[in-house]
Each structure stands twice: as C-alpha cells, then as structure tokens.
Design a protein around this ligand. Structure first.
Ligand code: NAD
Length: 371
C-alpha cells in the first residue's frame, strides 16, 4: 500500500517474468495530481508520448494526462466513440498519425479509455515499429478489472470479433477509481458483472464480501471500488500468470461467457451490453452446474440475488429464443474445442472447472426451461 497526502492507491503485480508490470489502483488524481506524473514517468523511455483516446473520454481526461507530462512532447489522437473504431481501418489511421507525427521506436503510447481503446492501442503498440511501450489508463470498470489485465490486444474483422491481434503486455496500468464517476449507469453495472464473476470462479470469500458491499458498490463508493478492482485484478493476474497464452486454466475466466456470447449474437447488436449478457450467462451456467456439476440450489440462488442486487439482468426479457438457434450461436463461439460442448461449470461458489463433455440433452433441457 502506498499513500500520498490526498491520494491513496494499491498496486497489483502481474508476474510474467520480464514482461511483468504493475497495476496501480485507487484515487490516482486524474483530476489534479503529482501522483499521476510519478506513476507515468518511470514508464516513458523517450521524449515522445501519444495519448490515444476517444471523443467521449478525451474531452474529460486527456488534458489531465498531458498536463502531468510537461517535459515530454505529447500528441493527442481522438477516435470516434464505439466498438466500430476497433478495426484495421482505424489501426491504419493510427499508424499514419504516428508516422506523420514522427514517433520513433522509443515513443510511449497511452491508451486512455475503455476496452475498445485499450484493445486497439495495445495492438498498435505491439506492432508499430515491431513494438513500442504502452501504458493503459482504463476508464471503464470493465477495462479496469478485465480488458487491461492479461495482455490480449486486438481489432475486429467483419468475420469476427478480436480476430486480429497479439498478446502484448503494457508497461503499467493506471486504474483510477475517480474516473468511474462519469461512467453511464449501464456501463458501470456491466463492469460489476465481471467483478462478480471473479468471486464465483476463484474466491468464495470475495463473493461474500461483494454480497456485504453491494450497496456501496452500486453507489460507486471509492473505497469499496478500490478493493473490488484490486481483488479482481489479483485474481485475473493469478490466472493469467499461470497461463499467459490461454492453453488451459485461463479458460475459467470465460465462466458465463459462452452463453453470454450467444445472447449477444442472437439478441441483435446493442440490445445487451457484454456485461449484461454475461450476467444472464452466469445464471445459465449456474443452472447447468446444478444439473451436471452438483452445485446446490442455495448457492445458485445467492449468485442470482447478487447479480440482481448489482443492478444487472438475470433473464431474457421480451421475445424468447430458439434452443437450436442458441446452440448454433454457441457453436460458432471460439470456446468450442474439437466440436465438443465445453462449459465452465461451478461445483460451488469459488470453485469452477472446465467441463469438456456436457451431454447435449442436458444443454437442451436447460435451454428449454430458460429461453
Ligand atoms: N483484451 C481483453 O482481454 C478484453 C476483455 C474483455 C473485453 N474486451 C474488449 O473490451 C471492449 C469493451 O470495453 P468497454 O466495456 O470498456 O467498452 P467501451 O470502451 O466502448 O466503453 C464503454 C462506453 O463508456 C465510455 N466511457 C469510457 N470511460 C468513460 C468514463 N470514465 N466516463 C464516461 N464515459 C466513459 C466510452 O466512450 C464508451 O461509450 C470490447 O471491444 C471487448 O472486446 C477485451
């Protein structure tokens, strides 16, 4: 724990050998501070910096970062907001920008924004001049607890999300709890879905803590958020350090996601946010776990109750979905191995495992009752 007069933060180390880096979490003063400078400057090797953000986040926070770096040549690039920016076309525009502004191999890119900006800028950093340093300043809860941890960077292709990318670690991650105050409510709750997921997949005590602190989290209390983000990052860092390139255990991070992806695909773009679809997906994963993995009903109910308490959906409202279409949508999902149905199931809260051979009849039973 490191502390300053007004600002307090904690750090989580992501242990990946020479690619290790720290995530600093807390009130980092993306409003005023010297602390910001102290956290950024050690990771800037040369004299050039490019802050890459979007047209929602940039106007709110880019100037604070630029002002914290008076001794550097700082360029700013603002992308249009939204997932539509995560393309090879935008990637090309960023490359043009870096070359026109004469950034060299010692430049440092700062990704300021949610997962869209982080994924895109990370991929630019991985490939510009064969790789330059980058710092993540995630500004959504989802980006702070999920997308900025683990080194996956990517852009989308018309044939699929995240189809072009690289594993590339940042030099540091600065997760400022203060910036979450300006996040729209649905986006905020969607991030809480991933936080809750960490409790279910890894840490029953953390799940209990979330139950006890759900109100504080809904109110975006800084102290509660600081702990929730820290514990989430520790858990993701633990899982990722064991399995940087997703050979095995990292798959547990996809709890609820196979169902979630199918919900997202079938409901039509924009109906559910990713985190909302994952929340419903976790309810489905728990139901399947009750059927085939011995999860007891009381624990499944606790998960549903917490999801609701955090302001997230637990069922599909409106039109029902066809089980066969749902299975097809899951089949297209990249989490299917050798054509078998693979699910992350829970034995109990805090204890999940990869089930490779879930019988189709069990899945159909679940879908018929749930959809
Ligand atoms: N790399 C990974 O491991 C990983 C993991 C999960 C998700 N992702 C990717 O992350 C992306 C989703 O990220 P996201 O949920 O952060 O979405 P996002 O980046 O689109 O941000 C959500 C919205 O919030 C706005 N916003 C961001 N910060 C704000 C702030 N502080 N105040 C006000 N508004 C703010 C954004 O402009 C945007 O409109 C997807 O592309 C997904 O594929 C990557």
């Amino acid at each position: 724990m490191a502390a300053e007069h007004q600002h307090a933060y904690e750090s989580v180390n992501v242990a990946l050998g020479e690619r290790s880096y720290a995530i600093h979490i807390g009130d980092l003063g993306l409003g005023q501070s010297n602390l910001l400078r102290d956290l950024l400057v050690p990771h800037i090797g040369g004299s050039q910096v490019a802050i890459i953000t979007n047209d929602v986040v940039g106007p709110l926070y880019a100037h604070v970062i630029a002002e914290a770096l008076p001794d550097f040549h700082v360029d700013l690039y603002q992308l249009p907001d939204g997932e539509a920016s995560k393309t090879l076309e935008t990637y090309g525009l960023l490359m043009d920008f870096l070359m026109q502004a004469r950034h060299n191999r010692s430049t440092t890119l700062i990704a300021l924004g949610g997962g869209v900006v982080g994924d895109l800028v990370g991929f630019v950093a991985a490939t510009f001049q064969r790789g330059v340093s980058f710092i993540q300043v995630p500004t959504t809860l989802l980006a702070q607890v999920d997308s900025s941890v683990g080194g996956k960077t990517a852009v989308n292709h018309p044939n699929g999300k995240n189809m072009i990318g690289a594993f590339y670690q940042p030099a540091a991650v600065l997760a400022d709890t203060g910036v979450l105050q300006s996040l729209p409510q649905r986006e905020y709750a969607a991030g809480l879905a991933e936080v809750l997921k960490y409790g279910v997949i890894y840490d029953a005590a953390f799940f209990q803590w979330l139950e006890a602190n759900a109100d504080a989290l809904r109110e975006r209390d800084g102290t509660a958020l600081g702990y929730a983000i820290r514990r989430s990052c520790e858990i993701k860092a633990d899982v990722v350090s064991d399995d940087e390139r997703e050979q095995g255990r990292r798959a547990i991070l996809n709890y609820g996601h196979t169902f979630g992806h199918a919900i997202e695909n079938l409901s039509g773009y924009g109906t559910w946010l990713h985190g909302e679809a994952v929340a419903i997906g976790m309810v489905m994963a728990a139901a399947l776990s009750q059927q085939v993995a011995g999860l007891d009903q009381a624990q499944a109910h606790r998960q549903t109750a917490l999801i609701q308490k955090l302001g997230l959906p637990v069922s599909l409202s409106g039109k029902s979905l066809e089980p066969s279409a749902f299975i097809a949508a899951m089949g297209m999902d990249k989490k299917v191995v050798d054509g078998r149905m693979r699910f992350i199931l829970a034995r109990s809260l805090g204890d999940v495992f990869v089930a490779d051979d879930v019988p189709e009849a069990e899945l159909l039973h679940l879908l018929e009752t749930f959809l």
